[in-house]
Design a protein around this ligand. Sequence first.
Ligand code: ZN
Length: 286
Amino acid sequence: MHEANERALRKQLVQASHLCYQQGLLVALDGNLSVRLSGELILCTPAGCHKGMIEEDDLIVVDLQGKRLRGGGEPTSELAMHLACYRQRPDIRAVVHAHPPTCIAFTVAGVSMARCVLPEVVLTLGVVPTLDYDTTGTQALADRVGSAMLRHDAVMMDRHGAVCVGSSPLDAFCKLETMEHMAKIMKAARDLGQLRDLPAEESQALRSMGLKRYGGPPAALAMADQPGADLPEACTGCSGCTNPSDEGLAPTAGFSVARITNTEIIPWQRQALEREVRKAISEVLG
Ligand SMILES: [Zn+2]
């Protein structure tokens, strides 16, 4: 590796680390970031460092087996996750692992983020799956993440956090930032009453177009011309819910809001309350 090139990659990795902290995508000593220096050498953040304050000289160099070759700090127990990604896909140049709070809340609540809701996210990321729970820092979790990366550039680990891969630290960071932004929008829409999926045909067309225009995992790219491209079955079949309708799409909720305007009414005056509810509903339904 050329020295000037390594200096540039150190700078990029530190910038991405700082951005993760500044954007609230991790706190305290959470998360870790890495970039491939050459085929066998990985530059990464060491264990126990604050990503908001890390500097270029704090980074360490390891090989693909996780052995430290240069630098003062110790490799993190989550390094195995990064190495699994690099081993699975030679095209991956950078890995970012962080704890985006809204995305994690979705996994804690057991609400799927694997839905086609925002066209730009379907174009660039497809759907973001949530992987089954495994103990942090274990090889089992690393293997699970590594195999998921064959089909995805961004995944959520149940109750833990995100792993995003890309062509550079900034590219992987952007995927992480996009995920959290999407999760915030999905949560806001749920709070407002409903989350409407894109029509299945539109999701399929967007995904196929996105893979060709922006690229993606090689295994996903190979599917770009297939119906549904790399979208999972649940997505094209029932929009991520477990209740597919005859059309193959989740039934829309079709909420309406009825407001009871009589402020005199006391909730335990049952008959009067029923009368007011009926009146409010008939006003809404016409
Ligand atoms: Zn973590």
